[in-house]
Design a protein. Structure first.
Ligand code: 15L
Length: 264
């Protein structure tokens, strides 16, 4: 198994658990993913470097592609890391017959839906940032590789993967780390993934997203933000209802949103 983004917060939490569950793990990141755990092989590579990615992927089976930029920034950086980087991983997997692939997409591929809308993985893209656009690209690329080359790729529109909910938005978007692991396991356990888009979210009472369109992936989340957010409830919410942060699902990523002027 290969994990890209192994030095990131999610990568570091997942690594010991993946080794316990699946055995040997190849780990890569653009920064050194050390210290290595028994059973790990570490590589420090830039995903924009196609030759390095090819060497990384050669000989692996399942891939968890979590590498890339996870926040809004300038297009040049996003282009190299999330667009070229994801292409290089999928293309190397095709060339070497690796897979299935679990790809970290993001809820920001659909962040400009409003909070009263209910979505599942069939919802079309409404990215709220260039970062969200790069994730929408990754999903389209996955669809292409599945249709054209019969690969198996699950795109996880991850909400807020964090130890606990920290802001009222997280009551809807939160995914606990154990539920994220459950989701990855369910993807690899599916008989046939094909092209599947799932929302990475716990069983939150106030969630906006469901995975009812994808019964072939037996993801059964166990956590609920409502019971994990005691400290947050104590602090309360000071934002007004017309704040774009509160109106749109993407929250902080819609920053820079310009209310369209009414035209006649
Ligand atoms: C994401 O895609 C980000 O990578 C993460 O840092 C969070 O901001 C998360 O979305 C979120 O929407 O809360």
């Amino acid at each position: 198994m290969l994990l890209t983004g192994a030095a990131g917060v999610l990568g570091r939490w997942l690594r010991p658990r993946l080794i316990e569950r699946y055995g040997a793990l190849r780990c890569s990141d653009i920064v050194d993913p050390a210290p290595g755990l028994p059973g790990e092989k570490l590589s420090t590579i830039d995903l924009a470097d196609a030759k390095a990615v090819d060497r990384l992927v050669k000989g692996v089976g399942p891939i968890i592609h979590f590498g890339g930029i996870s926040y809004e920034t300038d297009f040049k950086a996003i282009d190299a890391s999330n667009i070229a980087g994801t292409y290089n991983v999928f293309e190397a997997a095709r060339r070497h017959g690796a897979g299935p692939i679990v790809y970290a997409s993001s809820n920001h591929a659909t962040g400009f839906y409003t909070r009263d809308e209910r979505l599942n993985g069939k919802a079309g893209h409404r990215p709220d940032s260039l970062y969200g656009v790069s994730k929408a690209f990754g999903e389209s690329l996955a669809s292409f590789f599945v249709d054209k080359y019969d690969m198996d790729i699950a795109c996880l529109r991850i909400g807020t993967a964090a130890p606990e909910p920290k802001d009222p938005r997280h009551l809807s978007t939160w995914q606990s780390y154990p539920d994220l692991l459950r989701m990855i396991e369910a993807c690899f356990a599916a008989k046939k993934l094909g092209f599947t888009v799932l929302y990475g979210v716990s069983a939150n009472k106030r969630r906006w997203w469901s995975n009812n369109h994808a019964p072939h992936v037996a993801y059964k989340p166990k956590d609920n933000a409502e019971y994990a957010a005691a400290a947050m409830f104590k602090r309360g919410d000071k934002r007004k209802a017309d704040d774009p942060f509160v109106k749109f699902q993407g929250g902080p990523f819609v920053e820079g949103y310009v209310k369209r002027r009414k035209t006649k």
